[in-house]
Structure formats: C-alpha cells, structure tokens
Unconditional design. Structure first.
Length: 61
C-alpha cells in the first residue's frame, strides 16, 4: 500500500491555468503576520495571509 503525501504546488502548478511566475507567493507560517503584496520580491516573505490592491494579481503560498 502506498503512503499518502500531501500535494505540493510544484506538482499542482503544472496543471494550473497560469504560470507559477505570475503568482505572488508567501511562505506560510502559523501566526499573525499579514503581507501586503505591492511588487515582486527576491524572496518569499513569511506570512499567514497575503493581500494586494494590484488588479489581477494571483496570490498564494
């Protein structure tokens, strides 16, 4: 019997309707940090939530 492994975005994005490069990602942490996405960053910020005012911007982790 094969063990169950949770899906990873690296697998999911292969079937998504958009390229991974269009995503404004954050590194999910369990806390009270909220990231206000305004522009691409060189690294993924640590946050529990993310929001943006950039029209059409995809957000996620």
């Amino acid at each position: 019997m094969r063990s169950w492994h949770p899906p990873r975005f690296s697998h999911v994005h292969e079937t998504a309707a958009f390229p991974y490069a269009e995503l404004a990602p954050v590194k999910l942490v369990h806390g009270n940090e909220v990231h206000h996405y305004q522009q691409p960053l060189p690294t993924r910020p640590h946050a529990d939530a993310v929001f943006t005012a950039v029209a059409g911007q995809k957000v996620g982790w």
